[in-house]
Design a protein around this ligand. Structure first.
Ligand SMILES: [Zn+2]
Length: 260
Protein backbone atom coordinates (compact mmCIF):
# COMPACT_ATOMS: atom_id res chain seq x y z
CA UNK A 1 0.00 0.00 0.00
CA UNK A 2 1.36 3.41 -0.93
CA UNK A 3 0.63 6.71 0.87
CA UNK A 4 -2.11 7.80 -1.58
CA UNK A 5 -4.06 4.60 -0.92
CA UNK A 6 -3.40 4.91 2.80
CA UNK A 7 -4.90 8.43 2.93
CA UNK A 8 -7.97 7.27 1.00
CA UNK A 9 -8.51 4.31 3.31
CA UNK A 10 -7.60 6.02 6.57
CA UNK A 11 -11.03 7.45 7.52
CA UNK A 12 -12.69 4.06 6.82
CA UNK A 13 -9.94 2.36 8.85
CA UNK A 14 -10.56 4.68 11.82
CA UNK A 15 -14.34 4.04 11.52
CA UNK A 16 -13.58 0.31 11.59
CA UNK A 17 -15.28 -0.15 8.25
CA UNK A 18 -12.54 -2.13 6.41
CA UNK A 19 -12.35 -5.87 6.17
CA UNK A 20 -9.53 -7.67 7.98
CA UNK A 21 -7.22 -7.90 4.96
CA UNK A 22 -7.51 -4.16 4.21
CA UNK A 23 -7.11 -3.29 7.90
CA UNK A 24 -3.93 -5.36 8.16
CA UNK A 25 -2.50 -3.74 5.03
CA UNK A 26 -3.08 -0.17 6.30
CA UNK A 27 -1.84 -1.08 9.78
CA UNK A 28 1.38 -2.36 8.22
CA UNK A 29 1.76 0.86 6.22
CA UNK A 30 1.15 3.04 9.28
CA UNK A 31 3.89 1.29 11.26
CA UNK A 32 6.30 1.85 8.37
CA UNK A 33 5.26 5.44 7.36
CA UNK A 34 5.70 8.39 9.67
CA UNK A 35 3.71 10.83 7.46
CA UNK A 36 0.69 8.58 7.39
CA UNK A 37 0.99 7.96 11.13
CA UNK A 38 0.96 11.71 11.62
CA UNK A 39 -2.14 12.01 9.40
CA UNK A 40 -3.77 9.34 11.55
CA UNK A 41 -2.94 11.26 14.75
CA UNK A 42 -4.40 14.46 13.27
CA UNK A 43 -7.63 12.74 12.35
CA UNK A 44 -7.94 11.12 15.79
CA UNK A 45 -7.39 14.54 17.39
CA UNK A 46 -10.03 16.13 15.16
CA UNK A 47 -12.50 13.37 16.04
CA UNK A 48 -12.04 13.76 19.77
CA UNK A 49 -12.28 17.56 19.41
CA UNK A 50 -15.62 17.20 17.60
CA UNK A 51 -16.94 15.19 20.56
CA UNK A 52 -16.43 18.20 22.85
CA UNK A 53 -19.85 19.01 24.43
CA UNK A 54 -19.09 22.72 24.19
CA UNK A 55 -19.27 22.49 20.42
CA UNK A 56 -22.90 21.31 20.61
CA UNK A 57 -25.76 23.78 20.33
CA UNK A 58 -28.90 22.88 22.28
CA UNK A 59 -32.20 24.23 20.92
CA UNK A 60 -34.28 26.49 23.18
CA UNK A 61 -37.69 25.20 24.37
CA UNK A 62 -39.37 27.85 22.21
CA UNK A 63 -37.44 26.73 19.13
CA UNK A 64 -38.46 23.09 19.77
CA UNK A 65 -42.12 24.09 20.06
CA UNK A 66 -42.00 26.02 16.80
CA UNK A 67 -40.43 23.05 15.02
CA UNK A 68 -43.02 20.65 16.47
CA UNK A 69 -45.87 22.97 15.47
CA UNK A 70 -44.47 23.27 11.94
CA UNK A 71 -44.17 19.48 11.67
CA UNK A 72 -47.73 18.99 12.93
CA UNK A 73 -49.05 21.57 10.44
CA UNK A 74 -47.20 19.91 7.58
CA UNK A 75 -48.58 16.50 8.60
CA UNK A 76 -52.12 17.94 8.68
CA UNK A 77 -51.78 19.44 5.20
CA UNK A 78 -50.39 16.17 3.92
CA UNK A 79 -53.35 14.26 5.35
CA UNK A 80 -55.80 16.80 3.90
CA UNK A 81 -54.31 16.58 0.44
CA UNK A 82 -54.38 12.78 0.64
CA UNK A 83 -58.02 12.90 1.70
CA UNK A 84 -59.01 15.25 -1.11
CA UNK A 85 -57.15 13.17 -3.64
CA UNK A 86 -58.95 10.14 -2.25
CA UNK A 87 -62.28 11.95 -2.66
CA UNK A 88 -61.22 13.05 -6.12
CA UNK A 89 -60.47 9.50 -7.16
CA UNK A 90 -63.74 8.32 -5.65
CA UNK A 91 -65.63 10.99 -7.59
CA UNK A 92 -63.87 10.07 -10.79
CA UNK A 93 -64.50 6.45 -9.96
CA UNK A 94 -68.22 6.99 -9.40
CA UNK A 95 -68.48 8.59 -12.83
CA UNK A 96 -66.97 5.44 -14.18
CA UNK A 97 -69.48 3.39 -12.18
CA UNK A 98 -72.40 5.60 -13.24
CA UNK A 99 -73.45 3.79 -16.45
CA UNK A 100 -73.39 0.41 -14.73
CA UNK A 101 -75.18 1.74 -11.64
CA UNK A 102 -77.79 3.50 -13.79
CA UNK A 103 -78.37 0.35 -15.79
CA UNK A 104 -78.79 -1.62 -12.58
CA UNK A 105 -81.32 0.90 -11.24
CA UNK A 106 -83.26 0.79 -14.52
CA UNK A 107 -83.30 -3.00 -14.57
CA UNK A 108 -84.39 -3.10 -10.92
CA UNK A 109 -87.12 -0.50 -11.54
CA UNK A 110 -88.46 -2.37 -14.55
CA UNK A 111 -88.44 -5.56 -12.48
CA UNK A 112 -90.36 -3.91 -9.63
CA UNK A 113 -92.87 -2.36 -12.08
CA UNK A 114 -93.39 -5.72 -13.78
CA UNK A 115 -93.94 -7.37 -10.41
CA UNK A 116 -96.34 -4.59 -9.28
CA UNK A 117 -98.21 -4.81 -12.59
CA UNK A 118 -98.48 -8.57 -12.51
CA UNK A 119 -99.55 -8.49 -8.83
CA UNK A 120 -102.08 -5.77 -9.64
CA UNK A 121 -103.38 -7.51 -12.74
CA UNK A 122 -103.52 -10.89 -11.01
CA UNK A 123 -105.40 -9.24 -8.13
CA UNK A 124 -107.73 -7.64 -10.66
CA UNK A 125 -108.21 -11.04 -12.26
CA UNK A 126 -109.26 -12.42 -8.87
CA UNK A 127 -111.74 -9.54 -8.46
CA UNK A 128 -113.03 -9.92 -12.03
CA UNK A 129 -113.65 -13.64 -11.46
CA UNK A 130 -115.39 -12.89 -8.16
CA UNK A 131 -117.72 -10.25 -9.57
CA UNK A 132 -118.52 -12.47 -12.55
CA UNK A 133 -119.33 -15.35 -10.18
CA UNK A 134 -121.45 -12.92 -8.12
CA UNK A 135 -123.29 -11.81 -11.25
CA UNK A 136 -124.03 -15.39 -12.39
CA UNK A 137 -125.15 -16.34 -8.87
CA UNK A 138 -127.48 -13.33 -8.79
CA UNK A 139 -129.27 -14.59 -11.91
CA UNK A 140 -130.59 -17.61 -10.02
CA UNK A 141 -134.15 -17.16 -8.85
CA UNK A 142 -134.41 -15.05 -5.71
CA UNK A 143 -130.76 -14.05 -5.62
CA UNK A 144 -130.76 -10.82 -7.59
CA UNK A 145 -132.20 -8.37 -5.13
CA UNK A 146 -132.36 -8.02 -1.36
CA UNK A 147 -134.13 -4.66 -1.44
CA UNK A 148 -136.41 -4.34 -4.46
CA UNK A 149 -136.96 -0.70 -5.18
CA UNK A 150 -136.55 1.77 -7.99
CA UNK A 151 -136.24 4.53 -5.44
CA UNK A 152 -132.65 5.44 -4.54
CA UNK A 153 -134.01 6.93 -1.29
CA UNK A 154 -135.08 3.41 -0.30
CA UNK A 155 -132.08 1.54 -1.61
CA UNK A 156 -129.34 3.79 -0.19
CA UNK A 157 -130.54 3.72 3.46
CA UNK A 158 -131.04 -0.06 3.24
CA UNK A 159 -127.21 -0.49 3.19
CA UNK A 160 -126.87 1.47 6.45
CA UNK A 161 -125.74 -0.80 9.25
CA UNK A 162 -124.98 -3.60 6.78
CA UNK A 163 -121.76 -2.04 5.43
CA UNK A 164 -119.20 0.29 6.96
CA UNK A 165 -119.54 2.62 3.99
CA UNK A 166 -122.48 4.36 2.35
CA UNK A 167 -122.56 3.49 -1.38
CA UNK A 168 -123.59 6.16 -3.87
CA UNK A 169 -126.92 5.20 -5.47
CA UNK A 170 -127.46 7.40 -8.53
CA UNK A 171 -130.83 7.70 -10.25
CA UNK A 172 -130.19 7.09 -13.96
CA UNK A 173 -133.83 6.58 -14.96
CA UNK A 174 -133.91 9.67 -17.12
CA UNK A 175 -131.04 8.17 -19.15
CA UNK A 176 -132.99 4.94 -19.64
CA UNK A 177 -131.40 2.87 -16.89
CA UNK A 178 -133.90 1.58 -14.35
CA UNK A 179 -132.81 0.92 -10.80
CA UNK A 180 -134.47 -2.29 -9.63
CA UNK A 181 -132.84 -2.70 -6.22
CA UNK A 182 -129.75 -3.60 -4.27
CA UNK A 183 -128.19 -6.43 -2.33
CA UNK A 184 -125.19 -7.38 -0.29
CA UNK A 185 -122.54 -9.58 -1.85
CA UNK A 186 -119.02 -10.72 -1.09
CA UNK A 187 -116.01 -10.05 -3.28
CA UNK A 188 -112.56 -11.20 -2.25
CA UNK A 189 -113.97 -12.03 1.22
CA UNK A 190 -115.18 -8.43 1.70
CA UNK A 191 -118.84 -7.42 1.97
CA UNK A 192 -119.69 -5.10 -0.91
CA UNK A 193 -122.72 -3.19 -2.13
CA UNK A 194 -124.42 -4.26 -5.36
CA UNK A 195 -126.82 -2.02 -7.26
CA UNK A 196 -128.97 -3.66 -9.91
CA UNK A 197 -130.10 -1.73 -12.95
CA UNK A 198 -132.03 -3.00 -15.94
CA UNK A 199 -132.53 -2.18 -19.59
CA UNK A 200 -134.76 -4.30 -21.79
CA UNK A 201 -134.77 -7.14 -19.25
CA UNK A 202 -130.95 -7.21 -19.16
CA UNK A 203 -129.67 -7.12 -15.61
CA UNK A 204 -126.70 -4.97 -14.79
CA UNK A 205 -124.89 -5.69 -11.56
CA UNK A 206 -122.81 -2.82 -10.17
CA UNK A 207 -120.42 -4.01 -7.47
CA UNK A 208 -118.96 -1.14 -5.47
CA UNK A 209 -116.84 -0.52 -2.42
CA UNK A 210 -114.54 2.21 -1.11
CA UNK A 211 -111.43 2.81 -3.18
CA UNK A 212 -108.43 2.89 -0.86
CA UNK A 213 -105.93 2.97 -3.73
CA UNK A 214 -105.22 5.56 -6.39
CA UNK A 215 -108.04 6.82 -8.59
CA UNK A 216 -108.10 5.92 -12.29
CA UNK A 217 -111.27 6.91 -14.12
CA UNK A 218 -110.30 4.98 -17.23
CA UNK A 219 -112.93 2.31 -17.85
CA UNK A 220 -111.26 -1.03 -18.40
CA UNK A 221 -113.20 -3.62 -20.34
CA UNK A 222 -113.13 -7.36 -20.30
CA UNK A 223 -115.44 -10.00 -21.61
CA UNK A 224 -115.73 -13.45 -20.14
CA UNK A 225 -118.18 -16.29 -20.74
CA UNK A 226 -120.45 -14.01 -22.80
CA UNK A 227 -120.57 -11.28 -20.12
CA UNK A 228 -119.10 -7.82 -20.26
CA UNK A 229 -117.07 -6.68 -17.27
CA UNK A 230 -116.25 -2.99 -16.91
CA UNK A 231 -114.09 -1.57 -14.15
CA UNK A 232 -112.73 1.76 -12.94
CA UNK A 233 -111.47 3.29 -9.73
CA UNK A 234 -113.29 6.49 -8.80
CA UNK A 235 -111.86 8.97 -6.36
CA UNK A 236 -113.84 7.39 -3.52
CA UNK A 237 -115.39 4.26 -4.95
CA UNK A 238 -114.23 1.26 -6.92
CA UNK A 239 -116.75 0.11 -9.55
CA UNK A 240 -117.17 -3.26 -11.25
CA UNK A 241 -120.04 -3.50 -13.72
CA UNK A 242 -121.16 -6.88 -15.08
CA UNK A 243 -123.90 -7.62 -17.59
CA UNK A 244 -124.84 -9.63 -20.64
CA UNK A 245 -125.82 -6.34 -22.28
CA UNK A 246 -123.83 -5.53 -25.42
CA UNK A 247 -120.53 -3.75 -24.97
CA UNK A 248 -121.54 -0.41 -26.53
CA UNK A 249 -124.63 -0.01 -24.33
CA UNK A 250 -122.89 -1.18 -21.18
CA UNK A 251 -120.10 1.33 -21.85
CA UNK A 252 -122.78 4.02 -22.19
CA UNK A 253 -124.20 2.91 -18.84
CA UNK A 254 -120.76 2.94 -17.22
CA UNK A 255 -120.10 6.49 -18.45
CA UNK A 256 -123.48 7.64 -17.12
CA UNK A 257 -122.72 6.02 -13.75
CA UNK A 258 -119.22 7.49 -13.66
CA UNK A 259 -120.63 10.95 -14.41
CA UNK A 260 -122.82 10.84 -11.28
ZN1 LIG B 1 2.32 6.75 3.99
Amino acid sequence: MNCDDSRIYLPAYLDDELDIAESLRIQKHLTECRDCRQAQDEQLALRSALRDPDLYAYPSADFSKRIEAAVRQAAKEEARSQRSSWLESLRLGSFRWFPAAAALVIVATIGVLLVINSVRSSHEQVIASAVLAGHIRSLQPGHLIDVPSSDRHTVKPWFQGKLDFSPPVPDLSELGWTLVGGRLDYVDKQPVAVLVYQRRMHNINVFLWPNHGSADDTIREEDAQGYQILHWNGAETTYWVVSDLNNAELLEFARALRGH
